[in-house]
Design a protein. Sequence first.
Length: 138
Amino acid sequence: MSSESTEVWTGWYRDRRGAEAIVITADGGHVTVRVRGIEYTGAGFAALTAGEGREPLTGCVLEWDLPLPVVTGGTTQQATLSCLLTLGERADLSLTLHYGGTAFEAVVAGGDFEEALTRLRGQLPEGADFGRRLLSAA
């Protein structure tokens, strides 16, 4: 895994026992997060487990922000993508893009990051698009 193909995001893990800071790593094929000393890995957020055949990460909330520039007419403006993932009986992902004084929101059941990004992209002003691609493993 090269650093050129890895995204690293910092955020928060919360459950009924409290909250702690976390680091989320996505490498295009897997997402990894360490919670209370245990590493959870999966093909996507909804599939995070502590190893093959082990219990999935559930009963919690993961929250993080990441920079996601938006390009309109050749001009790049900085934007922030706020992510909130609830892992329970199912995964619910809420993305909010803070761009140009507006908050664009997309919520998807199942934790499908790409689907949520597609929904956000559809809300952007005509001719606007994300200034970079996020890794699809998320």
